[in-house]
Design a protein around this ligand. Structure first.
Ligand SMILES: NC(=O)c1ccc[n+]([C@@H]2O[C@H](COP(=O)([O-])OP(=O)(O)OC[C@H]3O[C@@H](n4cnc5c(N)ncnc54)[C@H](O)[C@@H]3O)[C@@H](O)[C@H]2O)c1
Length: 439
């Protein structure tokens, strides 16, 4: 039986916690990670180039809608283990969590690595032999190796992609399994030590390029699956079938799990990451097609709206929900942006309401001004607030509208109740208009 020397373990733990960690980029990923590490006893310096964000974190006024986050951040700051600033400083470990958006690239898209390189340049003057740099940002295959070359000999480098779900970040940071890819074995093992301090899930070690590919494959799998659901939605509409019912029944098969259709794929991950594979390989044909199909869904929804308001003079459209998914405040890459732009280009009056979003490309208004005199409500995000509308609220909404019509692109409404309140309800992917028979 292995004999554990308790004193050794305690002193090992102490040495670990004496390590200082510099987290670069304090957004949806960096801030929870920095706070989590600080709450687990590490000395953490959080760095963000955005001075307003740094000040808001210091003052406890940062507005990120993520359950439990601000309590965690305040705890970390009050304990003295987390300080935040705009410039990096010397540390033992650096964790890079900066954005990696996709940019146009000859008709397709590729990763914009400029934030990652500027973060890498900003920490390089502080690096000492034996330091570890971890890249958490999602990156195309082979980027970690290039960063290793840039940092030079004696610096350990690992890629530890983040797989948390917004809205559940604090739970998933702890519970999810993690993949760690090192440029060598020692790098991976050193990174594992850090994550072990707060991760309850399994930690799997591999090489850096495999870890990069694993992260991209996860999101690509979901994107392709959603593309299939979206294609099924179009086909079902054409042949008079309700796609939601069909998917639910198909998923009764023990080995089938089709995701849900919708107005398009948004957010900072699924709508972007597959492009990082496409840019690296001529063989990524299915991935590219799926991406294009999902990117065209806003146009499909826009055409659905046009069909439903045909004949109405100067239609006013009320958009409910502009975030890329339900119950979060994130509007990055949201399909709502494209749909609103297309409707405005048709000279429609468009008003947007979202109980979660604070920042959007178009003006957000309250529910009342959004639906007043509207001819069609379009639900684009599955926020609980929309699911929970009761009869009185629906009647009240209807009484303010010019035409009582609602398009549900997420299948979240109680359609019978809306119909009972006098609404013409249209569901994305429902071939109701073309259906020949009904049980
Ligand atoms: N948001 C998610 O749910 C999620 C999930 C998994 C992976 N990721 C990946 O994690 C990475 C970060 O995403 P995010 O959502 O946290 O982004 P974010 O935009 O919320 O935050 C990034 C932060 O980095 C800061 N920044 C940019 N350049 C900097 C620099 N040179 N030095 C210091 N700070 C800098 C920005 O000001 C911003 O505050 C991305 O690669 C993303 O794909 C995100």
């Amino acid at each position: 039986m292995e004999v554990i020397n308790v004193e050794d373990e305690v002193s090992k733990e102490k040495t670990k916690k004496n390590k200082k960690i510099c987290v670069v980029g304090l957004g949806y990923i960096g801030l929870p990670t920095a706070s989590m590490l600080a709450n687990h006893g590490y000395k953490v310096v959080g760095v963000d180039i955005d001075e307003n964000k740094v000040n808001a974190i210091k003052n406890g006024t940062l507005q990120i809608e993520e359950p439990g986050l601000m309590t965690l951040v305040k705890g970390a700051i009050n304990s003295g283990n987390l300080i935040v600033k705009t410039e990096p400083e010397e540390a033992d470990i650096f964790i890079i969590c900066v954005p990696t958006p996709a940019v146009e690239n000859n008709g397709t898209k590729k990763c914009d690595l400029s934030y990652v390189w500027s973060a890498a340049r900003s920490i390089k003057p502080y690096l000492k032999k034996g330091n570890l740099v971890i890249i958490e940002s999602t990156i195309p295959p082979n980027t970690t190796n290039k960063l290793h070359e840039f940092f030079g000999e004696g610096i350990y480098v690992a890629h530890c992609p983040e797989r948390v779900l917004p809205g559940r970040i604090l739970i998933e940071l702890v519970e999810n399994d993690r993949i760690i890819g090192g440029v060598d074995k020692k790098s991976a093992e050193l990174a594992k030590e850090i994550y072990q301090s707060f991760v309850d899930g399994n930690i799997y070690l591999t090489d850096a390029t495999t870890a990069e590919m694993v992260k991209l494959m996860e999101n690509t799998f979901r994107d392709v699956n959603i593309a299939l659901a979206n294609e099924f939605a179009k086909v079902c509409e054409e042949i008079g079938v309700n796609v939601w019912e069909a998917i639910e029944l198909a998923n009764k098969h023990p080995r089938v799990n089709i995701l849900k259709p919708g107005p398009g794929v948004g957010g900072h991950c699924i709508s972007i990451d597959p492009w990082f594979i496409v840019e690296k390989s001529k063989n990524a044909k299915l991935i590219k097609t799926a991406r294009e199909l999902n990117d065209k869904m806003p146009e499909y929804v826009c055409n659905l709206i046009l069909r439903e308001v045909e004949g109405i003079e100067n239609p006013k459209i009320a958009i409910l929900g502009v975030t890329y998914k339900g119950n979060v405040d994130d509007t990055r890459e949201s399909p709502a942006k494209k749909i609103v732009a297309m409707l405005i280009s048709k000279n429609f009056t468009v008003k947007c309401y979202d109980p979660h979003a604070k920042v959007f490309d178009y003006e957000l208004c309250d529910l009342r001004s959004c639906i007043e005199n509207a001819d069609c409500i379009v639900v684009l995000a599955d926020h609980n607030e929309f699911k929970d509308f009761n009869e009185e609220e629906i009647k009240n909404i209807g009484s303010k509208m010019r035409t009582k019509k609602i398009i549900d692109t997420k299948n979240i409404l109680n359609h019978e109740l809306w119909e009972k309140c006098g609404f013409d309800v249209v569901l994305l992917g429902d071939g109701k208009r073309f259906r020949k028979s009904k049980l």
